[in-house]
Write a protein that binds this ligand. Structure first.
Ligand code: C2E
Ligand code: MG
Ligand code: MG
Ligand code: MG
Length: 292
């Protein structure tokens, strides 16, 4: 049973790799209708303190159950959506659903921050900050209830348009995390100039730590750098006790991965959080400052 389900837990539909193949274009059309048809859902994966075990927050991860093909991985459909205006609609859905779930948790005493992944396209213009401001008001939430995850690749770009959007997000008080850190080529020192509060070390380094001393050294140097900038470090893809222990010894703050919890549908995530009395020690007063 387990072997059949495989590592991701489901057999995933893999459309043709060719960008303009009929399969992919069909899929894009299907995705367009998926929001209205209720085929999308968010699952939530915990972020846990590596020394105390305290739950610090959860990351919202988008799931699509296609009526014919079944579950399709974000790695398949997010890049498709990113090539069109559809990404904005998906992000609008994700933000509303994540805030609605955050409100259910916060207003029942489970104060866990909900992280939402956003794409390059979402950072274009003022739509995203406006949407967040409206959403926070609609669900009566403080900005600390939510966080945005932006990949290193996007944030390290030189595009001027990022500047205004990031300033607007900082003014709103919504914290920012740098996702998949370590895969890029970018100058690390630019981190200082970005209104980032959290750096997530890419799973590829974390997973290879056990076998490769080079990878372990890379992770250690990222953890040191992140700490020296006064930011929080999160290791992605933590699958074993051994790695968790090693990361804790290095001074890495938080871990995320199958060892602690897989992405879970809302009801399971709620039960998981309640069992761990989550949400007692979130820091409220985060006010990022933009220094560039
Ligand atoms: P990400 O933001 O870096 O999310 C982490 C991915 O690693 C998730 O894959 C998660 O299920 C997986 N993961 C977590 N722990 C482990 C582990 O211990 N082992 C292994 N092997 N995998 C683990 P997922 O859900 O398939 O998402 C893939 C990517 O798709 C995300 O990477 C993110 O970049 C993107 N994505 C997902 N949801 C959204 C969304 O709502 N909006 C946008 N723009 N992108 C999204
Ligand atoms: Mg992420
Ligand atoms: Mg990531
Ligand atoms: Mg990743």
């Amino acid at each position: 049973y387990l072997a059949k389900e495989g590592r991701t837990g489901v057999e995933l539909y893999q459309p043709d790799k060719d960008r303009n193949s009929p399969e992919r274009l069909n899929l894009l059309g299907d995705l367009r209708r998926a929001v209205d048809n209720g085929e999308l859902a968010l699952h939530y994966q915990p972020k846990v303190c590596l020394t105390s075990g305290t739950v610090h927050g959860v990351e919202a991860l988008l799931r699509w159950r296609h009526p014919v093909h079944g579950p399709i991985a974000p790695a398949e459909f997010i890049p498709l959506a990113e090539q069109s205006y559809l990404m904005r609609q998906l992000t609008a859905y994700v933000i509303d659903a994540a805030l609605q779930q955050a409100a259910r948790w916060w207003h029942t005493g489970l104060r866990v921050r909900v992280s939402v992944n956003v794409s390059a396209r979402d950072l274009l213009g003022s739509a995203l900050p406006e949407q967040l401001e409206l959403g926070l008001a609609k669900y009566d939430l403080p900005p600390a209830a939510i966080q945005l995850e932006v990949t290193e690749r996007i944030l390290m770009g030189d595009q001027a348009y990022l500047h205004e959007t990031i300033k607007a997000l900082a003014a709103l008080g919504v914290p920012l995390a740098l996702d998949d850190f370590g895969t890029g080529y970018s100058s690390l020192i630019r981190l200082q100039r970005l209104a980032v509060s959290e750096v997530k070390i890419d799973a590829s380094f974390v997973r290879r730590m056990a076998e490769s001393e080079d990878d372990a050294r890379i992770v250690r140097s990222i953890v040191d750098l992140v700490r020296s900038l006064g930011l929080r470090s999160v290791a992605e893809g933590v699958e074993s006790d051994e790695i968790a222990l090693r990361l804790a010894e290095m001074g890495c703050d938080l871990g995320q991965g199958w060892l602690f919890g897989r992405p879970m549908p809302p009801a399971d995530a709620t039960a998981w959080l309640q069992e761990r009395h989550a949400g007692s020690d979130i820091e409220y007063a985060y006010h990022p400052e933009v220094t560039h």
